[in-house]
Structures are given as structure tokens and as C-alpha cells.
Ligand binder design. Structure first.
Ligand code: SF4
Length: 290
């Protein structure tokens, strides 16, 4: 059996949070640079350039990309050969708490949706688990902005609405969101499963690398068509027009009930922050643990 130390989880979550709130992945920067070069609309181009300049300033001055430092979403991939003698979720939340307090990041989480009392350390994170073969713990984190999350949608379509229904729902979501989701966007689409599964699929989709090509042909063709149609909506950077409404569309699907066609659309704003770490478990001596 193998073990990942609690302190390593805490330190890595803290490090990833502090890094990701001020740093965009290279693939996202490259996508904005390409979009700026290809943008026909002068206002849209100037906004894209401001987003890039904002990134440079945040990086060089050690400050967040955006005042909204998000709700922390965490996807855990847990190797089946790992054992834990501590509460993994608690350790993740300690890392989040330390990052938001020590890094002077905005604390945006309220203890109850109706009493609105701030927890003062941005915990708890929203944590999802998945088991994988082996002895590694993979932690994906994303500080997710409230604006783009608020414009995300879920609808239980009728199966007869089919592929066109899915496309229309995604386009409707992005049109309705306009500038309020802070485009250019990465659009995560979850299709199938049930009510909660399609939301999970859509959230997981926004964490896929931009150049990730799905093996599923139906999803792959949908991604290509949606990318083209979304960028023809003329929503543009910050909703002020232009041909750069999204820099990526990722579709994840799952089997579903014959009576259902659940679809969720999770929007990721231009502060597309995320990071991941792979922690390899150290072998532990079973006899010492009896
Ligand atoms: S949606 Fe994104 S860019 Fe807009 S305010 Fe929130 S975190 Fe910032």
C-alpha cells in the first residue's frame, strides 16, 4: 500500500491556489494572442490585448488576475493502492484556507446561501472524487469565478430535441449570458447521465486542455460545430462584439435514460484559472500498521 502525506496535500493545494489565481496556462495565453491577431473588430482586439496585459501585470506584481478569486473546485483522482489515515477533504480545505488568508485573496464563500455570513477563508471547496488504478493522487483545482458560474445552465431536454436541441440550448445560454460571463469563454458541455451527472460532466469539460481531442466522434463533431457557431454569435470579448466569443468548446457525454436528454453548459470566463499536481504515494510497510 502507498501513502501521500497530509502535509504534502496541504502544501500543494496552497501552492497551486496562489499560482493559479495570478497565472493563465500557456495554452490560454496562446489562444488569446491568436484571437487578437485574427480579430476583425478593433474594440474586441483592444479588449483581448488588455486581457493579455492584465495577465502580465498580475504575474509580474504577484497579484490576482481578477478581484473575484472564485469558489474552489477540486477534482481528485485517487489511486486505489493509496491509504489515508487522515481526512483528505479536510486537508484540501486547510490548503485552500491557508492560500486565501496568507495570499490576501478575496474570500467569497458564505456559510449558508440565505444567511450570507462569510466563512472568512474561502472554504469549503467543492470537491469531487474519482478512483483510478495505481498509487498516485492527482489533484485538479480551479478557482471558479461567480460571474461565469451564474450564467451556466442545465436543462432536461426531450430526447426528440436531439442534436439540434443541444446546439440551440448551448447557443441560447451564451447569447443570454452576453458580457456577464466575461467572455472569451471556454465552454464545457455535459450531455447525458442524469440531472447531477451532466453538470459534473460540463464542469469537468472546462478543465480539459484546449488541444485535447475527444475520442468520441459524436462529441468531437459537436465541439467543432459549436465552436464555429458560438464565434459567429458576435457576443465577443466582454460582450461588446467581435468574432472571439470562445477559445474552446469541450463536450463530455455519458449514457442516459431512454426518456431523458440532460444537457449542462458550464461557462469558464477569460480568467480561466486552473492547475493540477500528481503526488506519488510512498510505499508503507504493512506490518508496522497492524
Ligand atoms: S466571471 Fe471571471 S473574469 Fe468575470 S469577474 Fe468573475 S472571475 Fe473575474
Amino acid at each position: 500500500m502507498y501513502k501521500v502525506e497530509r502535509k504534502d496535500v496541504i502544501e500543494n493545494v496552497k501552492r497551486m491556489m496562489l499560482y493559479s489565481v495570478q497565472t493563465l496556462h500557456k495554452e490560454v495565453i496562446d489562444a488569446f494572442e491568436k484571437a487578437s491577431d485574427e480579430e476583425n473588430n478593433p474594440l474586441a482586439k483592444s479588449i483581448l490585448d488588455k486581457i493579455l496585459e492584465n495577465h502580465e501585470i498580475a504575474n509580474s506584481k504577484d497579484i490576482p488576475l481578477c478581484q473575484d478569486t472564485g469558489i474552489v473546485v477540486c477534482f481528485l483522482e485517487i489511486g486505489r493502492e493509496l491509504v489515508f489515515d487522515y481526512d483528505l477533504e479536510e486537508a484540501i480545505n486547510v490548503g485552500v484556507s491557508q492560500a486565501y488568508i496568507d495570499g490576501y485573496l478575496r474570500k467569497s464563500i458564505v456559510r449558508h446561501p440565505l444567511n450570507r455570513i462569510n466563512t472568512m477563508d474561502n472554504t469549503p471547496a467543492v470537491i469531487h472524487h474519482q478512483f483510478i488504478p495505481g498509487n498516485k493522487l492527482i489533484i485538479h483545482i480551479a478557482p471558479k469565478g461567480g460571474g461565469s458560474e451564474n450564467m451556466s445552465t442545465l436543462r432536461m431536454l426531450s430526447p426528440s430535441e436531439g442534436r439540434d436541441g443541444v446546439i440551440n440550448f448551448v447557443l441560447e445560454t451564451i447569447k443570454n449570458a452576453g458580457g456577464r460571463a466575461c467572455p472569451p469563454l471556454i465552454v464545457g458541455v455535459g450531455i447525458g447521465g442524469n440531472f447531477e451527472k451532466c453538470a459534473w460532466l460540463a464542469k469537468k469539460a472546462i478543465l480539459r486542455p484546449l488541444d485535447d481531442v475527444t475520442e468520441n466522434e459524436i462529441d468531437r463533431n459537436l465541439e467543432i460545430e459549436l465552436m464555429d457557431k458560438i464565434n459567429k454569435l458576435d457576443v465577443g470579448p466582454m460582450g461588446l462584439g467581435g468574432n472571439t466569443t470562445c477559445i474552446g468548446v469541450k463536450v463530455n457525454s455519458y449514457p442516459c435514460h431512454i426518456a431523458s436528454l440532460p444537457v449542462a453548459v458550464n461557462l469558464q470566463c477569460h480568467s480561466a484559472r486552473k492547475d493540477e499536481v500528481i503526488l506519488v504515494g510512498k510505499e508503507i510497510n504493512n506490518t508496522n500498521n497492524r
